[in-house]
Ligand binder design. Structure first.
Ligand SMILES: *[C@@H]1O[C@H](CO)[C@@H](O)[C@H](O)[C@H]1NC(C)=O
Ligand SMILES: *[C@@H]1O[C@H](CO)[C@@H](O)[C@H](O)[C@H]1NC(C)=O
Ligand SMILES: *[C@@H]1O[C@H](CO)[C@@H](O)[C@H](O)[C@H]1NC(C)=O
Length: 376
């Protein structure tokens, strides 16, 4: 008997440090390419070589050389990377699901833009997918399904939104800033309405909404959108587009502020990743990086290393010559991966800033709610 107790005691001592605690057993994410962990390329397979090169060593469904902010957030909360809802192979939703797909919009997309690469999985569809996942989880409750979360997870989870960039950019060339501004209130309202819907029908209580990045600093838009040198600020970013994004972000912040009172039991956090990304583009060297407005994976060289005709990982014959958009050898020195999306290096710095709590509005004590795990 005494031996047995001793063994029991020893085996207890041998257990490693108690499991990290976190108030959130799962994350459900709605978004676009900035947070897509493989949904789009599961639905439409074809991701070129250099994607994923830094961390996954192969294409991993992410529009980056490595991990995204949502990956770092999941890791910090002690959760696995989020499985894309659309991925039928190897997915597990016990700790959440990712409904984001590359090129998703908040509003119903203009279907004539599908040909130029807008995703059919807009926010309303992502919301329906989440509701269906919940229905399936409730139905499966008695069957011990290992892939689905317990239904209690839907009220306890963290809901994240990182979407809206494509509403802003997909028709920018066609409509101009003034044209796009006409439906931005609708975009912000639709995000707020989606939160209300999750609050009322699913019982979600904690929401994080990421604001839009300074697209006027993206190599792709610097190459494509009409501007002249007097439109550029001292950092080489297009002032008018960045101002328009900043206006939208204020509108989003105000819209969330406005709806908070109608959801007294909810915590709705506006996450100002825009400020962090703008700082990285402007002063990459202050943050251990070298290049702000130049793409790592692209073609054409020059200040932006971006050519719309040949995107990262592709080849094309132009003027009788084969042009290939290859990756730079040192993505860890870049903010922009492919002219549109951020590198893992940039995403990691954004994640550090977010996890510090300094960019939450209003203040949100994430580090008290969870034992935050170090992200490497
Ligand atoms: C949809 O896009 C097409 C082509 O870009 C454009 O001509 C049309 O006006 C757009 N429709 C709406 C409702 O925005
Ligand atoms: C540059 O563009 C702005 C508006 O975008 C215009 O007001 C200005 O006249 C242009 N300057 C030149 C030199 O073309
Ligand atoms: C968001 O709005 C609040 C007021 O509701 C304000 O205090 C805060 O500074 C705003 N945050 C940003 C990043 O604009």
């Amino acid at each position: 008997m005494r031996t047995f107790l001793l063994i029991l005691l020893l085996s207890c001592l041998a257990v490693p440090v108690a499991e990290a605690k976190c108030a959130f057993p799962a994350i459900f994410n709605f978004g676009d390419s900035n947070s897509d962990t493989g949904g789009f390329w599961a639905a439409f397979p074809a991701q070129p070589g250099p994607f994923g090169m830094t961390y996954f060593k192969a294409p991993a469904g992410r529009a980056s050389d490595g991990r995204l902010v949502i990956d770092f957030l999941a890791s910090a909360l002690g959760l696995p990377f989020l499985s894309p809802y659309l991925k039928s192979i190897g997915s597990n939703f016990r700790h959440g699901a990712n409904f984001a797909t590359l090129a998703s919009t908040v509003l119903l997309p203009n279907t004539s833009l599908f040909v130029t690469g807008i995703s059919p999985f807009s926010l309303g569809i992502q919301l329906n997918q989440m509701k269906d996942l919940r229905t399936q989880s409730i139905r499966a409750a008695s069957t011990r399904n290992e892939q689905l979360p317990p239904s209690s997870v839907f009220s306890e989870a963290l809901y994240t939104f990182d979407i809206g960039q494509n509403d802003f950019t997909s028709q920018l060339a066609l409509l101009g800033i003034a044209g796009v501004k006409q439906f931005l209130l609708q975009v912000a309202s639709q995000i707020a309405w989606s939160i209300k819907e999750i609050y009322e029908t699913v019982g979600g209580r904690t929401f994080m909404v990421f604001n839009l990045a300074p697209i006027g600093c993206y190599p792709s838009f610097l190459s494509q959108l009409p501007h002249n040198s007097s439109d550029l600020d001292v950092y080489g970013c297009i002032t008018s587009y960045n101002n328009a994004v900043a206006d939208y972000n204020d509108l989003l912040n105000d819209t969330l502020q406005y709806v908070r009172s109608s959801m007294p039991a909810a915590t709705i956090v506006f996450v100002d990743t825009h400020s962090v990304k703008l700082e990285l583009f402007r002063n990459p060297r202050s943050h251990g990086l070298l290049h702000g407005i130049r793409a790592c994976c692209g073609s054409g060289g020059g200040a932006y290393n971006f050519d719309t005709r040949v995107l990262c990982g592709n080849s094309k014959v132009i003027d009788g010559k084969t042009v290939t958009a290859t990756a730079c050898g040192n993505p860890e020195n870049y903010v922009s991966w492919d002219g549109i999306h951020a590198t893992e290096a940039a995403n990691k710095r954004v994640a550090w800033s977010v996890l510090s709590g300094a960019y939450f509005y209003p203040r949100f004590p994430l580090s008290q709610l969870c034992d935050l795990q170090p992200i490497g």
